[in-house]
Design a binder for this molecule. Structure first.
Ligand SMILES: C[S@@+](CC[C@H](N)C(=O)[O-])C[C@H]1O[C@@H](n2cnc3c(N)ncnc32)[C@H](O)[C@@H]1O
Length: 237
């Protein structure tokens, strides 16, 4: 994606980092942590000392959840281009006593500063809408995975038209940005969140993009009538 887009996204997350976790819990009614746990479970790697990359780790929520459930010897690398979000990730991880299991790297997700084929799994939560170039995101994820490595991506999608969609947009298009603005003092950030979901592609397009990057066994798991989806796939052996 373009440099102006990256700057816009990075600035938003730098500004809201201090309120990010609280607001996530409020606006998702705490469902965000349930979906993250499902994403980690779906990877099916809890029984081995896996090396896992968390793309767009933010305040480290997904990385930390992984630290709690992965096998002894497992390690998580959290990558993000927002320094303020990463600072919070480091604080949270140290507070939870998992600093030996997780490392955090300031970098762009489309140019991860890591060698080819070293990770057992790549995961991301609520990042796809922000990276702009999905093709590059999945190509980069493919590059860093070992043969047989797995990917899981959790994100929000515009729900299919219907009664649920009308109620959803009443909440997510009108009420949620006001709550976000009140709690963070940053109306633009939570307007961006709503707009980024409205403008996002369908789960089917994400699945096709994953497969086009070379992955196999691509699967989509839908929650909340498709407003939240997990995409799962594997790099061929
Ligand atoms: C909505 S937050 C999600 C954070 C975390 N994964 C979670 O589950 O709460 C999106 C994160 O992705 C990061 N991000 C977006 N685009 C990125 C890119 N191109 N490279 C690195 N990080 C990116 C943002 O800085 C932000 O911290």
């Amino acid at each position: 994606m373009s440099a102006p887009h990256d700057t816009l996204v990075r600035n938003i997350f730098d500004r809201i980092a201090w309120r990010y976790d609280l607001l996530n819990r409020i606006i998702s009614f705490r469902l965000d942590s349930l979906w993250r746990r499902k994403a980690i479970g779906a990877l099916g790697i809890a029984d081995r000392p896996a090396l896992v990359l968390d793309m767009g780790t933010g305040t480290g929520a997904l990385a930390l959840d992984a630290c709690k459930v992965l096998a002894p010897g497992a390690r998580v690398v959290g990558l993000d281009f927002s320094r303020a979000m990463l600072n919070r990730a480091r604080e949270r991880t140290a507070r939870a006593g998992h600093q030996d299991r997780a490392a955090f790297v300031l970098a762009h997700a489309l140019a991860a500063p890591v060698r080819n084929g070293i990770f057992d799994a790549v995961m991301s939560a609520f990042v796809l809408r922000n990276v702009g170039n999905l093709e590059s995101f999945f190509r980069e994820s493919y590059r860093v995975l070992k043969p047989g490595g797995r990917i899981v991506c959790l994100d929000m999608f515009p729900p299919p038209q219907g009664t649920f969609s009308r109620l959803y947009w009443l909440y997510f298009g009108k009420l949620m940005p006001r709550i976000g603005s009140l709690v963070s003092g940053d109306p633009a950030a939570y307007r961006y969140l709503s707009d980024s979901v409205r403008a996002f592609v369908s789960p089917g397009t994400v699945a096709d993009t994953i497969t086009s990057a070379g992955f196999v066994e691509t699967r989509t798991v839908r929650y909340m009538r498709g407003a939240v989806c997990l995409h799962l796939a594997a790099k061929p052996r």
